[in-house]
Design a protein around this ligand. Structure first.
Ligand code: 6CS
Ligand code: FE
Length: 301
């Protein structure tokens, strides 16, 4: 383990249990924190501890899927959001790829993140009150939808947002059917137990590129090979309305979507109120609030 000086507060040194964005290769670290901090009551979450994820077959009813689909289409086409920093477009096509902070932009999504059936999942795993660290809608169109290379979300949130520990979960709610063929998320079950330090220092305003295509903060091909051999790869598939709850350190990624079948989801990150953000561990400055919130008010507020 390394005592790292933060670039933003060079006078203070912090003990960093998950050092990353390093100058040279470093061994993989066994996770020093639990994955489940609370009491698991929902049967669907029974294997969360071992796998680092769980699938909820029908979190939303078909009527709710229709309602939220209308809502995210509205957001993607809202002229008032055209030049908003929260809207991320595809590098090549200029189509909307993600919209951030949707739990503030949409009343329906604000309500959704506060519903006990949603919030309760995060609270069971994290064993505390939680708040929204990040929310977004991802739109993966048919034909030319581009995926995300393999990564651990926690690696980025630790390095760039100052999240101290992997005590956060993401809920990805499918608004379209997820088939193996249309760029559905691949995960490495159990990989949340291993932290993979990444190479390269974080440039200023890295998020402007990384949200389109991440190059720093991703493991090497040797890292990915070692993890895939150890943990295997499985895929989240399911009907619209199903959801994936996953640990912040789970290794995951997705392929491009060249089928005609689009894939979109609402993505909400819940962080424990005992794991609120500090200064970034490996970046020159914190990312904007719409990517990594510094309003730590517990839900429902
Ligand atoms: O930046 C984030 O917060 C999320 N997005 C990407 C592309 N990588 C890390 C994390 O999943
Ligand atoms: Fe991710």
């Amino acid at each position: 383990m390394v005592l790292q000086h933060t670039e933003t507060r060079p006078e203070t040194a912090r003990y960093d249990r998950y050092p990353t964005r390093l100058g040279g290769p470093a061994p993989h670290l066994e996770r020093a924190d639990p994955a489940v901090w609370g009491e698991i009551e929902s049967p669907e979450l029974a294997s969360f501890d071992a796998d680092g994820f769980a699938i909820l077959d029908q979190l939303l009813t078909p009527a709710e899927v229709a309602e939220y689909s209308g809502e995210i289409t509205r957001l993607a086409n809202d002229p008032a959001l055209r030049d908003d920093d929260r809207v991320i477009v595809e590098k090549s096509s200029n189509r909307v790829r993600s919209v951030f902070e949707v739990h503030k932009l949409s009343e329906a999504i604000a309500d959704l993140v506060r519903q006990p059936r949603v919030l309760g999942l995060a609270e069971q795993v994290l064993g505390s009150k939680v708040y929204v660290h990040q929310s977004r809608v991802n739109y993966m169109p048919g034909f030319r939808g581009t995926g995300f290379y393999w990564h651990s979300d926690f690696e980025t949130w630790h390095a760039e947002d100052g999240m101290p520990a992997p005590r956060a979960v993401s809920l990805s709610i499918a608004l379209t059917d997820n088939y193996p063929i249309n760029g559905s998320l691949m995960v490495m079950p159990g990989s949340h137990h291993t932290f993979v330090p990444c190479l390269g220092s974080t440039p200023a305003e890295h998020y402007r590129e990384s949200l389109q295509e991440q190059e720093i903060g991703v493991p090497t091909t040797d890292d990915i090979t070692a993890l895939a051999n150890r943990y295997g790869i499985s895929q989240f598939t399911g009907r619209a309305g199903s959801a994936l709850l996953f640990d912040s350190n789970l290794m995951h990624g997705s392929s491009n979507n060249i089928t005609p079948f689009p894939r979109s989801n609402i993505f909400v990150v819940f962080n424990s109120v005992h794991n609120t953000l500090l200064e970034p561990f490996a970046a020159p400055a914190p990312r904007p609030e719409y990517i990594g919130s510094r309003d730590f008010t517990p839900l429902p507020d």
